[in-house]
Design a protein around this ligand. Sequence first.
Ligand SMILES: [Zn+2]
Length: 83
Amino acid sequence: MPRRAKIHKRLTDDLWPWKFIDCREFPSDINCTITIMADSVDELVAAAAQHAVTVHHHEDTAELRDGLKRLIREGVPPERLGG
Ligand SMILES: [Zn+2]
């Protein structure tokens, strides 16, 4: 039993540091369901800004990046809890 608990802890430690943005929470014209994940805020905002520009035709501005930062959540995205 203790060994099992240890494995479980290691798995959650692996999953925990993720920061993610769920695009469903971002106001958009299309029903985008993508979740963007990274382990640093800068990476995540850069990837999300790129996504917003290419998919949602936003302009890559400081305001956009501010808005994206407000959508960042920490923890395990629902998609990764299934298995
Ligand atoms: Zn999107």
